[in-house]
Design a protein around this ligand. Structure first.
Ligand code: AFP
Length: 339
């Protein structure tokens, strides 16, 4: 990879993630650097976790511990390591008051410093059932503001996704990539393990308006509503002008399926069904961060009936139906659901 931006273009490709985060503070004379510091800590976690993920097979860390987490999933060693890494690193600089992890029942207090104004929600290792078979996994995070001077409480985390200050994810795929937004542009940084840095590789990511591709677990089709079944039949009907039949892609790791959808377009859906009437994915750790990213990139994210970012969470581990992707693809499914 050539890290020198071409002199004839204003592109910032090649910028390090650290510089990008620092630049975010520049031009804001009253910025104290706490938010910048927090984002740097998250980037540090991404490096530490990627180092562990890349050595997973060799280091003999695969396999179940035998524990079951609060949402009923089996916990793997890498999940625990990623979880502990995030809590440990976030607790170091006294800017993060508390964290909420998909792996833990309740929040963990990290600092009572008056400078600890931020809260971080995260899924430390998404797609953990794919670890053992060497398929892409990821880390998802969102940053919220604690808007009172006291100790962080669970209620502080129960804010609609539109109040996120930043969201992002790390995909441990054929390379490791860190994708982040503070609600405006969405940028992707690719990790160069020989240098130990993330470099801007995908500047200002925009979700295409439409793409003939869909991502859904069709194994659940018997449990779907009639409207969903009709949509599923419609996308498979040959119709050249509209690009149908659409092609299917499904990894079973949200980070991987959403990442592909963000870059290529199309639709990802984990809808409500008879087995999971509230959906399967978690509002705080999965749906909100991705909804924030997709909207910032010009795409959209809905439950089927409402915009994800408007939902008022009522509990930390709340599940929600999630449909996200290109505006036109999502509108097509919405049309069927509203019939
Ligand atoms: P795991 O972390 O237990 O593998 O779950 C992954 C996940 O929460 C999300 O990343 C996927 O999109 C979704 O579950 C896949 O669920 P199905 O296996 O039911 O399709």
């Amino acid at each position: 990879m050539d890290y020198e931006p071409a002199s004839s273009t204003p592109s910032r490709v090649g910028l390090t993630l650290e510089t990008y985060i620092l630049e975010g503070m520049m031009g804001r004379p009253h910025a104290r650097g706490y938010f910048t510091s927090l984002l740097s800590q998250i980037a540090m976690c991404a490096k530490l976790i990627t180092a562990r993920v890349r050595r997973a097979g060799l280091a003999n860390v695969l396999g179940y511990t035998g524990d079951v987490n609060v949402t009923g999933d089996q916990v793997q060693k890498l999940d625990q390591e990623a979880n502990e890494t995030l809590f440990r690193v976030l607790g170091r600089r006294q800017h993060c008051a508390a964290g909420a992890s998909e792996e833990e029942e309740t929040i963990r207090l990290l600092s009572e410093s008056k400078n600890a104004e931020y809260l971080v929600v995260f899924d430390p290792l998404d797609g953990s059932s794919n670890i053992d078979v060497n398929i892409s996994i990821g880390t998802i995070f969102g940053v919220l503001k604690k808007d009172h001077p006291g100790q962080a409480r669970v209620e502080d985390f129960l804010k609609p996704g539109k109040q996120l200050l930043a969201a992002g994810y790390v995909i441990y795929g054929s390379s490791t990539m860190f994708v982040i937004t503070t609600g405006e542009a969405v940028h992707g940084f690719t990790y160069d393990p020989t240098v130990g840095e993330f470099f801007l590789s995908h500047e200002n990511i925009r979700v295409p308006e439409h793409y003939p591709s869909y991502s859904i677990n069709e194994g659940n089709a018997a449990l779907w509503s009639d409207a969903l079944k009709q949509w599923s039949a419609w996308i498979k009907e040959p119709d050249k002008p509209s690009g149908r039949p659409y092609t299917q892609r499904y990894v079973g790791t949200l980070v991987a399926d959403a990442h592909r959808t963000l870059l290529r377009g199309g639709i990802f859906a984990y809808p409500a069904d008879k087995k999971s009437p509230q959906g399967k994915l978690r509002l705080l750790y999965e749906a909100n961060p991705f909804a924030f990213i997709f909207e910032a990139a010009g795409g959209c994210a809905i439950t089927g009936a409402e915009r994800i970012l408007e939902l008022q969470p009522t509990e930390l581990h709340q599940r929600v139906p999630l449909i996200l992707g290109s505006k036109r693809n999502v509108a097509e499914l919405e049309r069927f659901l509203k019939q």
